[in-house]
Design a protein around this ligand. Sequence first.
Ligand SMILES: Cc1ncc(COP(=O)(O)O)c(C=O)c1O
Length: 378
Amino acid sequence: MHRKGLSSKHVFEELKKIHVLDNHYDSGRILCSMCTKPHPLAEKAYRLFFESNLGDSGLFPGSAQLEREVVDQLATLLQSKGAVGFIVSGGTEANLLALLAARNMAKNSHTEVVLPESAHFSFTKICNLLNLKPVYARLDGAFKVNPSEVEGCISKNTVAIVGTAGTAELGAVDPIDELSKIALKHNIFLHVDAAFGGLVIPFLPEPKPIFDFSLEGVKSITVDPHKMGMSAIPAGGILFKDAKILDNIKTETPYLTDKEQYTFIGTRTGAAAASAWAVFKALGMEGYRKIVAECIENTKMFAEGIKRAGFDLLVEPTLNIVAFKGHDTHGLAEKLWERGWFISYVPRYDCVRIVVMPHVKRRHVAAFLKDLVEIEKL
Ligand SMILES: Cc1ncc(COP(=O)(O)O)c(C=O)c1O
């Protein structure tokens, strides 16, 4: 640290120099991220609520109101009237709170969680933290978890079943309706990780998969405004079917304006709730429907072009994620990186993965496909 502070102008000039080192969504070259350029109002709202701390929400009742309203809107979108929840630091914390609730609701001796093989890696961290043993259920040919495999993984030690509505790698949607029946039959907590798909699936045309609170067995859902919701980072979302579940994740706070906290993070920004609130208001259902339709259209353009170039899709996309492979997929991924395309290489499936977020426009798809064809011809 400098002995004497520098002028704001000087500091900001320094920051700008470093800022250019970051990649920016506007380039259209980021094809591996589940985040996107936030809606312009998300930024304005974030700045307005910049100093707010929902970890001490008695001081910030306006921010607390916004969080409640965002959660209410998410609950309505996910077909619930009474769901409660929080805007948290992301999908990881949301999934953590769900499994914490499930573990604490079960008896002490219960120590296992049944996960699809495709579950997000956040569950590896969570199982470590909560001392839970992950029991993995196999997938079917469409990369969705096989319900009979899930049922076969259940034991007297199971605290929860997890299903994913929009897997991170392929955008697959597990048969949550089947998982719900299994959860009810065995009286086990069912958590749905819809961190990505929760703000995509509701805006798809019919027929679309059912994954929400309309299914009786679903007890909690992760749904992240900072992914397809176009809110500012960090804005994850956790919703619980009813308020009683919250008793299992409550911590008393000895000196704050609130008597208790339910989130893992203590001090947490109210700007996240404000930014999600602003984007929900500005876009409405119609706005999100339009954005999702455009992403799906661009996904189809990617898929068709990739097939025309001679590559195989792992699976026809359900959501706005495309994955494909060729004879030397890792070599192909390296060539795409060399040409400045930020794609993911997924070792588990030996595939290239593209997430078609709102910042990816038709012209970017066309430029990518041109490069892909050129690389294939070399
Ligand atoms: C399905 C799913 N769950 C959980 C997460 C973790 O979310 P975060 O990175 O916001 O913690 C992700 C992240 O991409 C995800 O796709």
